[in-house]
Design a protein. Structure first.
Length: 294
């Protein structure tokens, strides 16, 4: 009966008897073969093709080698078990080294904590400065808005010929804005608002009156955005009330004049009513209409 050797194939129908007694006995597997960093099982097995050994014998040899290694490892642990247990107490001067490391770590932790405290303090300082900068920017914007409101109030007073500025100047206000002059000149030339009425008095220009009301409405809206409780705006309330009263008087006069406008009576009346609505004086418009019909 033929035997299957590792690396050799069976020769069916062989005409000679296999005799393994004269073959060299394979050397034991070397442990160093398994210690290579790039050890690969397939490569290792392929290098055993010249061993005159059956596959089962190779398996058994590998099992024996594994058992031997396990036994050696167990014996090594048993032999050095007491040494492992007494390793901590056998060290001399270890406590001092550990204490030095612990003290060093504590010092390092204190340094890190100090740096963190400085960083946190700096962060809070920067945050406070940013808040202060934001507050200053807000206050600056409010100041600019207040100056703009003051200028517009003064301008409107001079246009309406009211207030101390108008009295000191003694003449109508002349706007230096060329766009505004062009708008008013074109508007004045485009309708008959300045035609004299039957009594020879100049008819109020609805275009100019509308422009004055728009200026007043803008001032009120800007004041609302800032807050009507602002001390400066509170101090300007008498001037604004006087401006509104003057505008209402002009609207009442324009409504009276619209009654005498002939064919343009209804058109001018509707324009005047729209200006009442723009000024937010609907109740005054109703009162003026009732007075007008009497």
């Amino acid at each position: 009966m033929s035997r299957n050797y590792f690396g050799d194939s069976d020769e069916s129908g062989s005409d000679f008897d296999e005799d393994t007694s004269g073959l060299p006995f394979p050397k034991p597997l070397s442990r160093s073969s398994f210690l290579a960093p790039d050890f690969d099982p397939a490569t290792f097995l392929s290098s055993l093709t010249n061993r005159h050994q059956t596959l089962e014998d190779l398996r058994q040899e590998l099992r024996d080698l594994s058992q031997t290694l396990n036994k050696e490892l167990l014996d090594l642990v048993n032999e050095n078990y007491q040494d492992f247990l007494s390793l901590g107490s056998a060290l001399k001067g270890g406590e001092e080294k550990v204490e030095e490391v612990r003290v060093g770590l504590l010092g390092f932790q204190r340094d890190v904590a100090a740096i963190q405290a400085k960083v946190e303090a700096r962060r809070k300082e920067v945050e406070s400065l940013l808040q202060e900068k934001k507050k200053c920017r807000t206050q600056a914007n409010i100041a600019k808005a207040l100056l703009d409101i003051a200028e517009r109030i003064e301008e409107l007073e001079e246009r309406l010929m009211i207030g101390d500025t108008a009295k000191q100047n003694g003449q109508p206000y002349e706007d230096t804005n060329p766009d505004l002059d062009t708008f008013e000149s074109e508007s004045d030339d485009s309708d008959d608002d300045f035609m004299d009425d039957s009594n020879g008095a100049a008819v109020i220009s609805l275009k100019k009156l509308e422009h004055h009301i728009q200026k007043y409405v803008y001032i009120i809206a800007a004041s609302d955005r800032i807050g009507n409780r602002h001390p400066f705006l509170v101090s300007q309330q008498p001037r604004l009330e006087k401006i509104k009263s003057t505008l209402l008087l002009d609207l009442n006069t324009a409504l009276e004049q619209a009654k005498k406008a002939g064919d343009k009576r209804d058109e001018r009346t509707l324009k005047v009513m729209r200006l009442y609505d723009l000024l937010g004086a609907e109740s005054s418009a109703v009162f003026a209409l009732k007075h007008l019909t009497i």
